[in-house]
Design a protein around this ligand. Structure first.
Ligand code: SF4
Length: 253
């Protein structure tokens, strides 16, 4: 029997879809370029569709203009186990808006794979499995105000209303002892907003918090010095984007 599944292109208009498949824009073997598992060989499953529209989104083919077809959970598990990687990353888009992530995540875990879920932390899926919950709460710098891809401003309004949900963030932090919070930063003014966010999320230690420079090119060290300084002052972590440095802004990496 079919279930309500957020439509890839317009998550506000659910469509009927099978309970055992997911919209997937790409799967690939690469190294994890961000976060505490940086450098680890991993199989990536990029789900297509997102409930947000970040202005600087580096995977618009899984958010603004979602691509790809529907792939069965059985096929996704077989591909992951055959990849040779011991780690699998469920990313997007926003994987946590798809209820099919619950059986997929358990099947991958049952197959002996380490599972990371990469999410903005705006939607919870009770029962989902993850060895590492990688949360990326979105700051005001992400809102697509005046973006030509959103001429009516409807997505900017939706994005602003949805981008921070503290009940979801607190639930995920409480449930997943191995977690990280990655903030994409573009200006020192972002630090004040991060401070306000962290005041409302309980149970974190400073080393759970990561600052990642916005952009799809390796940043000039002089332009990100303020980020490193902020991390040193607060005990947070600087989050490099190793895949960008190694492969550039290319798909499948
Ligand atoms: S939450 Fe992620 S996938 Fe969605 S628009 Fe923002 S950066 Fe892109």
């Amino acid at each position: 029997m079919g279930v309500e599944l957020p439509q890839a292109g317009a998550p506000d208009h659910p469509v009927r879809a099978s309970a055992d498949e997911l919209p997937v824009s790409e799967t690939f073997l690469s190294i994890q370029g961000e976060g505490k598992l940086t450098g680890v060989s991993s199989w990536f499953i990029r789900v297509s569709g997102c409930n947000l529209r970040c202005v600087w989104c580096d995977t618009p083919y899984a958010s603004w203009d979602p691509e790809g077809g529907r792939v069965s959970i059985a096929t996704l598990v077989a591909q992951a186990t055959n990849s040779g990687a011991a780690h699998v990353v469920l990313t997007g888009g926003e994987p946590m808006i798809f209820p099919q992530l619950v059986p997929l995540s358990h099947a991958l875990g049952d197959a002996g794979l380490h599972v990371t879920i990469e999410t903005a932390g705006t939607n919870d899926l009770p029962g989902v499995h993850a060895d590492l919950m990688s949360l990326s709460p979105k700051l005001a710098n992400s809102t697509p105000t005046g973006d030509p891809r959103d001429p009516s401003g409807a997505w900017a309004a939706r994005h602003e209303a949805r981008r921070l949900d503290f009940s979801v963030l607190n639930a995920l932090v409480a449930r997943f002892p191995d977690r990280q919070l990655k903030f994409v930063v573009s200006d020192p003014k972002d630090l004040a907003e991060i401070g306000r966010v962290l005041e409302r999320v309980e149970g974190l230690s400073p080393c759970d918090v990561m600052l990642m420079p916005e952009g799809v090119r390796t940043p000039n060290p002089s332009r990100v010095r303020w980020i490193a300084d902020a991390c040193v002052e607060r005990g947070w972590r600087y989050c490099h984007r190793l895949h960008i440095e190694l492969f550039g802004d290319t798909r499948g990496t």
